[in-house]
Design a protein around this ligand. Structure first.
Ligand code: FE2
Length: 185
């Protein structure tokens, strides 16, 4: 089975029934990644799309360990022997290191999973940060405001979003620029 088919199947099995709203988001992120992958080298495209399908599997109850979904998801993917670059991208998706810091898990996350800085990582963050909880397209700033509103002003996640906004917006802007360039070619 190819990597993307396996990723989509695993994500559906873990999320579709237990977390249907999260599954709507993930399906849209996976579909968006397939479109956005044109900005990447061919060898990176399936890695991006697989990571997009799998980025939130750590929310599934059977995978819960630390309660921090990027780390729980990435550990599970690694334990299954899935492509390790995909596991690392999932571990660090959408500025996870800063949220890990808020949770006292930054050292663990950084020690276990390499943080890739690349057009592929940017593209994953772009797809997640421009897709709302029901799978709708959102401007990145609206998406970050939606998260703040969903969790509330005093939440750890809101504090994380406030710290992470410049990095998330940066990844989105770099990807948007690559998309515009690809469109011109
Ligand atoms: Fe996530």
């Amino acid at each position: 089975m190819d990597l993307v088919t396996e990723a989509r199947g695993l994500a559906g099995a873990l999320l579709a029934e237990e977390l249907p709203r999260r599954w709507s988001h993930v399906q849209a992120v996976g579909a968006k990644a397939a479109q956005v992958s044109v900005v990447l080298e061919e060898s990176d495209r399936d890695v991006l799309v697989a990571a997009a399908w799998l980025h939130d599997v750590g929310y599934a109850a059977p995978l819960a360990g630390t309660g921090f979904h990027p780390l729980d998801g990435a550990r599970w993917l690694r334990s299954r022997g899935l492509d390790d670059r995909v596991a690392c991208l999932v571990a660090h998706h959408t500025c996870a290191l800063l949220e890990a810091d808020e949770r006292g898990l930054a050292e663990e996350l950084a020690a276990e999973f390499e943080c890739e800085e690349s057009a592929t990582a940017d593209a994953l963050w772009y797809c997640d940060a421009t897709t709302g909880p029901d799978g709708q397209d959102l401007n990145v700033l609206d998406r970050l405001d939606e998260i703040r509103a969903r969790y509330g002003p005093d939440a750890l996640v809101t504090r994380f979003i406030d710290r992470a906004q410049p990095q998330i917006v940066g990844a989105v802007q770099r990807t948007a620029k690559r998309l515009a360039e690809a469109d011109r070619d």
